[in-house]
Design a protein around this ligand. Structure first.
Ligand code: NAP
Length: 307
């Protein structure tokens, strides 16, 4: 695709209103920058940034995610190694593998693909990853550092949401932000990161009474509930920025977000499509965190700033 085409895609306006935020375009631009950084590190230190992904079991979706991550790494010049363990692996075996990667100075980032088989306690596993290699940002130390505004590695999906807002020049400070969804990996960290950027933030979840009374106040509405059509146009303020994180597969195989795109895009000022919105940014921010980890380990000025 030519630069001219890319620009046209970026300026895509939905026929009836909202500007469509092209996550693929923004991800591609960021990856161009990351490719340059990775090449600089290779030239200077004789080795590329390196990510180890640990996959336990043979869940088909997890295998696909891991293979996409490896492909994305190759695309920007990050070396990726996938360690696959059988689903029956014990906690001790998994922790020993993590320890080995913690000690390996050539490894800059470590990621354990979730979900884990049920007999493996997620927190005990994530907390064994060295904080300075926790590029997913799920270690309790990283979660805590996010809460006090000095994130070591921002978790990838919320980081991608923030980058999309920045790339579109959408102001965050002073805005009313409503986050629908309160999970530890998306909703809560997104709310915290945007609060650190001086937004006034409200978090809604499944037990929120009358969701619409909150969503209608949002200047920026971030939806991460995993419920197709949860947000319809009557729930959205005219001119709101709507970021749809949800990914849902309908019975006919179609992938949709949590927002009724056709209805809401007539009222919003900006909206992310699904697919092609937040999704491409998530893996890109994993690459950014891995390069940041390598830069820090090699004592280089870091590419990304903590939010
Ligand atoms: P999750 O762990 O299932 O959390 C869902 C959250 O939404 C929970 O806090 C839940 O409330 C809340 N919720 C559920 N139904 C609701 C309702 N009717 N009204 C208001 N809140 C409701 O899911 P997740 O991991 O955060 O993921 C959320 C969605 O984002 C999923 O579709 C997932 O596939 C997608 N996702 C996308 C990306 C990406 O890169 N684009 C990355 C990660 C996840 P309770 O806490 O009260 O249960």
């Amino acid at each position: 695709m030519t630069t001219a085409n890319l620009n046209t895609a970026s300026e895509m306006i939905h026929s009836t209103g909202a500007k469509i935020i092209d996550g693929r375009l923004h991800a591609r631009r960021l990856r161009e920058e990351l490719r340059i950084k990775a090449a600089e590190l290779l030239a200077k230190f004789g080795a590329p940034p390196k990510l180890t992904v640990i996959l336990v079991g043979d869940d088909a979706a997890s295998r696909l995610y891991v293979s996409n991550k490896s492909k994305a790494c190759r695309d920007v010049g990050i070396e990726s190694v996938v360690i696959t363990l059988p689903a029956s692996s014990t906690l001790d075996t998994l922790l020993a593998v993590i320890e080995e990667q913690n000690r390996d100075a050539s490894v800059h980032g470590i990621l354990v693909q979730l979900p884990l088989p049920r007999h493996l306690p997620v927190h005990a596993v994530l907390e064994r990853i060295a904080v300075e290699k926790d590029v997913d940002g799920f270690h309790l130390y990283n979660v805590g550092s996010l809460a006090v505004g000095t994130a070591v590695f921002p978790p990838c999906t919320p980081y991608g949401v923030q980058k999309l807002l920045e790339a579109e020049g959408i102001p965050i400070a002073g805005q009313n932000v409503v986050v629908v969804g309160a999970s530890n990996i998306v909703g809560k960290p997104t709310a915290m990161m945007l609060m650190q950027r001086d937004a006034t933030v409200c978090i809604c979840h499944a037990k929120t009474r009358d969701l619409a009374q909150f969503t209608i106040l949002a200047d920026i509405l971030v939806v991460a509930a995993g419920r197709p059509n949860l947000i319809v146009s009557q729930m959205v303020k005219t001119g709101a920025v709507v970021i749809d994180v949800g990914i849902n597969r309908l019975p006919d195989g179609k992938i949709v977000g949590d927002v009724d795109f056709d209805g809401v895009s007539q009222k919003a000022s900006y909206i992310t499509p699904v697919p092609g919105g937040v999704g491409p940014m998530t893996v890109t921010m994993l690459l950014a965190n891995t390069i940041t980890a390598a830069q820090r380990m090699w004592g280089e000025p870091s590419h990304a700033r903590a939010p």
